[in-house]
Design a protein. Structure first.
Length: 259
């Protein structure tokens, strides 16, 4: 296994490069998904960041890539942050956004690293905990590397994946994880956002096997840029749909500036 130092250094370089390449890029077209309380709008931003608009509320997930990437979008009512790494917890992007009224839902490790001016807005969720707020629920799900090790890039319990319930639809955000038991055990997931980027998380085939285990109605590959470029999301889609045609795999461009 590579040392934590080397992996951390590689991730830092990757985060800076990805941010520079995606900062001013045009956004992918948004999707709309029906719920019992009106449409859920899904706006891909970049990498692990997505913005949801639902029932008059706006939810930012892992704001990253520069504030200009969010130009024209409503200010957030809720911000979800999954982990401490710079492509998830990005103080520079937060500083450029209108986040003064946003509730920040984060794991403890993120709360400890957030700038002091945000602390009054923070609600800490640990793996397995749930928060009901603004007509929605937010549940924290474990995300971590396999095999488990103290020097893993993502250790169990530090970061959160999330399951949101929005108007009766369950939306899963994997965060940085591998094909762990907690993901496989998910039930009744309507929409899933699943990562796949080596060496930080898992490859496209591992992600496909995990998705086939918990069977979401819709799945978006996201967070799919690794050390060697973009992951094989087309291969991911083929593996999933060949095995289960009921799963709607939606490929969207999360890296519009990539060549």
């Amino acid at each position: 296994m590579k040392s934590t130092f080397l992996l951390t250094a590689a991730l830092a370089v990757f985060a800076v490069q990805a941010q520079a390449q995606t900062a001013a890029a045009p956004l992918a077209a948004p999707d709309q998904i029906a719920t019992k309380k009106g449409p859920l709008t899904v706006q891909p931003i970049t990498h692990g960041s997505v913005v949801f608009t639902w029932n008059g509320k706006t939810i930012y997930v892992d704001p990253y890539g520069g504030a200009e990437a969010y130009a024209g979008l409503a200010a957030p009512d809720v911000i979800l942050i999954t982990d401490i790494h710079g492509d998830h917890l990005d103080p520079k992007t937060l500083a450029g956004l209108s986040v003064g009224k946003a509730l920040m839902v984060v794991p403890k490790a993120v709360a400890e690293k957030l700038p002091a001016e945000y602390q009054a807005q923070v609600r800490i969720l640990n793996n397995g905990q749930r928060l009901d707020t603004l007509g929605m629920s937010v549940s924290a799900v474990a995300m971590y590397n396999l095999p488990e090790a103290a020097d893993a890039m993502h250790t169990k319990g530090r970061g959160n994946g999330y399951v949101l319930n929005l108007g009766g639809k369950n939306v899963y955000l994997s965060g940085d994880t591998e094909d762990v038991a907690e993901m496989r055990a998910l039930k009744n997931i309507d929409v899933a956002f699943v990562c796949m980027n080596l060496p930080y998380t898992m490859d496209a085939d591992q992600a496909a096997q995990g998705v086939l285990a918990f069977k979401p109605g819709i799945v978006y590959p996201y967070h799919y840029r690794g050390q060697n470029g973009l992951s094989d999301v087309d291969g991911f889609k083929k593996t999933v749909t060949t095995a289960n045609k009921k799963i709607d795999v939606r490929l969207r461009n999360w890296y519009p500036a990539a060549k």
